[in-house]
Design a protein around this ligand. Sequence first.
Ligand code: AMP
Ligand code: MG
Length: 335
Amino acid sequence: MITTRHFSIDQLEDAAELLREGQLVAFPTETVFGLGANALDAAAVDRIFLAKGRPSDNPLIVHLASRDDLSKIVSHVPEVAQALMDRFWPGPLTLVFAKSAIVPRSVTAGLDTVAVRVPAHPVAAELIRLSGVPIAAPSANRSGRPSATTWQAVSEDLEGRIAGIIEGAPTQFGLESTVVDVSTSQVTLLRPGGVSFESLQQVVPGIQVYAKQSNATLSNQQLGPMERANETVNSPGLKHRHYQPKARIVLVKDLVSELRTGSEPAAFIGVSEPNDAPKYTRILVCHSVEEYASSLFDFFRQADQVGAKSIYCESVLEVGIGAALMDRLRRASES
Ligand code: AMP
Ligand code: MG
């Protein structure tokens, strides 16, 4: 156990000093809270995997204060990437490039590519700028758990395991960044997120969706050898358990015909009021899919705290942020 120091958003210089010393600091971004370390310090990066219990074959996203720093960590920036950066940076879009030699192998889990993002959140941007180094940062939760969207959720998972937590406000999107591979001539969406597929298509009409993304809903045994190999090469993170509360996640496609059975405590989240609303121990009916997305992970944690055994989650249309929401719900519902 180590002592975790808590910082206000006015104390970023002290937090940046910890990062420069090779320690771990959790900080708010516009997607979810990130767990940062100096991306160029292999020992610091190893501490991320240890603190989270993250499998070492799941690569990290490197966060920059500015696009000007990109040339240090990537070896080639294709034209199509310039167009995507012009439109979406800073923001919730991660791009996968061919990496430069200074990026440690542990950051990229041995891949020749590196995932990079420039966050729009002013606290994240200022912390990275003050630290003076690129910051590797996965979501600030124990591996497999719901991502942290509040500093209290970070503390619940990582207090005593990391050097610092910045007590920023709850995050805006509440789901992780969109990941797009621009390292080959075929631009490919690897993970849906805060930037929608439809808006990416406006910039890159030929963008394809990673064909095996839907396989995230299948177990490894159900995949053929080619599909397993593809998954390993394309986006290693897709094959791991993720986003799971203690309660069982039940995806509800039709509120009327799929009413809940059994008497165990249960929770409900969605955009419509279920007919059996009074039976739930905790219920959240959101006004929009955006609110549903931003509330999801915190709701999972609240449902666990009140002892819900199941969380019923309403399905939504897979457009805009709805695609990212459904991706997380499917993966959270895998056993
Ligand atoms: P997380 O930090 O938990 O949000 O996960 C980062 C995501 O980015 C995972 O799904 C990784 O598989 C993906 N990722 C990171 N680096 C790469 C890379 N070099 N190539 C493909 N996907 C990557
Ligand atoms: Mg994560």
